[in-house]
Design a protein. Sequence first.
Length: 509
Amino acid sequence: MRLYKKKKGSDMLNSNDTIAAICTGLTGSGINIIRISGDEAFRIADDIFVGKSGKKIAEMGNFSVNYGFIVDKNNSVDNVDKSQDAEPDIANGQGAGGDVKKQYAVGETVDEVLLLKMQAPHSYTKEDVIEIDCHGGIMVTKKILGIVLKNGARLAEPGEFTKRAFLNGRIDLSQAEAVIDIINAKSNLALKNSVKQLKGSVKDKIIEIREKIISKTAYIEAALDDPEHISLDGFTDEALGEFEDIEKKLKKLVDTTDEGRLINEGINTCILGLPNAGKSSLLNALLDEERAIVTDIAGTTRDVLKETVVFGDVVLNIIDTAGIRDTGDVIEKIGVDRAKKEAENADLILYVVDLKEGLGEKDREILEEIKDKKTIVVYNKSDLLAENGAFTENGKNGLGSAGEIAHITLSSKTGEGIEELKNMIKSLFYNGSINNSEDVIITNERHRELLIKALKSVDNCINGIKQNVSEDFLTIDLMDAYEALGSIIGESVEDDLADRIFKDFCMGK
């Protein structure tokens, strides 16, 4: 049973209202879609739609597509040909003859549309739903929405259709969050993982673990209430193994969260190095466009430049930084300080070295400072070398204490080695297990925090058993774990949290 409760003062409006919104991007396009959901959806559709069949909404099939026109009956303009055999004038947006014209002899015909009828509970929100497929002009789409609102609907809040699907039990909260992840997916891998979650991969795993927890909790409670008929003798010895199995499953899920964040958000990548090493040239090569200014003058880049690069299933959130050096230039010094700060927050550092200059003492100092970060040393400008002698002298053998750091030689100018760098990044972060269709990857920070909370409670329970704690105390930790996991799927969630989640959605979803 869902324990979500609506509090006074919540940001979402009355859930009994009939809501409407434009569900497609409001730009010039082939078609746009306006969705209406709620008890009044069919009545509103009757007030504004005239179908070629002449049928009322109630007479149409429960899941049907119907051709006709949107008519603003509150507008006194008469657009209808009075002749009995009149055919629809598509160019002027005028209605059909026969029975149709009798229904709207007075009114303004706004657009020729297809109307989709979906009867509760078999719709996205589990409410009566109408969708209007109209022509994709901005003016006509906004005008139809205005007519819908004028006839009794209110404008939907961001994410309100999906919130109603959650509140009406069609999807759980983890599936609702997967909807926005699908919309925001930056790569095919992120999309595939979000679709798995929408199909219930997280929900199924959480329900499985919760059922085991509540089963043991119920047994303890029953035994404490009726000790004459239900014995706890040997219970903890038997239960310990099951709790340890639950602990392993929770740990496995928590362990996927770092990889999950990279899948959903991308790898925060900082390009670092001394001035004029070719950092901006590397950014341009990865982007395959001239995004950053490149000159032979050291210190050209004075601030951070952020771009996103997608190759295959990998997303890099790249930050090109100012060259690190001691400088008296106030503006350049600010850029250097920002570069160091970005390096601290990065998942990956591409440390660029001018292959002609080789790895100097300052490079080694910087590499020592970032030794705890995943780093690839990029020896750039290989196109300028007649032979690789400088690389032998100053490259691998010059890494010193950073000798185990991954490194690659390439030319940002010619593109030679760029694909090898991309493959190196992919292998550095992804071990291939994420492609397993059976894997559940946690990509949501809220889920991660709740899993850690549940894991801590299960650990407390296991330690309690080992210390011979009374069974009634074990149930406290077990119920804490049960409720934390329930919050992931929305079995118990405060309205403020739900409102915040759904506000991140786009309009019309």
